[in-house]
Write a new protein. Sequence first.
Length: 266
Amino acid sequence: MAKEEGRKISMLTAYDYSTAKLMDEAGIDAILVGDSLGNTILGYEDTVSVTMEDMIHHGVAVARGAKTTMVVVDMPFMSYQTNEYDALVNAGRLMKEGRAGAVKLEGGRSVCPQIKAVTDAGIPVMAHLGLTPQSVNALGGNRVQGKSVEDARNIIEDALAVQEAGAFAVVLECIPAKLATLITKKLAIPTIGIGAGNGCDGQILVYQDMLGMFSGYVPKFVKKFADAGAIMKEAFADYKKEVADGTFPSEEHTFKIDDEVLGKLY
Ligand code: KIV
């Protein structure tokens, strides 16, 4: 196991076949089909409107591209919070129809019965604590979590509880680095950090963030590993120009026909 060997786990989000294929070829350890697709792909303000159909549609596309990389698919808002039965049925759909290798759900002690029910059915569950975007309205916005003694203790208790309930890993989002390190030391299962410092067992980023594909607000914890957004915009503008001035398509991108054949067409 990576944690026991001290090997850090690299995770990224992906939502489509070709991006998943590139990540698979780059040797990324695991891909999350995050419900962040509500923001990154569908243009919603938050993740609350994302449906099971959205997750299945994108999950199966990613699974086709990820030949060796493990694929985790997010359980969308209200697909598991209601009760264990709903959690089980919907996790099962994400496996059967969405081709997920594992599912992820947000929350601690309050969703432990669901984690237990789903893992007991043989479906691996990744938990998600700290800033949990599906509860953004209850958390009072996108802020760092676990800064007070009470909040930090709650996150620690939740982390121990989701491990006990059967989660195989836990995402720690937007919590102080020293708290994430403490939790990582307390847990036998790996912690995957996003905005949680480098003391976690692994890291995850939303791929459009790390590729610089958004021109709006980017959280402090995001490192831009490439400026793909600028490269794409420049390529789109070049294409527009070449179409407009007739330099694209040139001979090299054009199919030929024998003049003899052509002569018989008039
Ligand atoms: O939906 C998502 O992309 C996530 C990551 C930010 C962990 O849950």
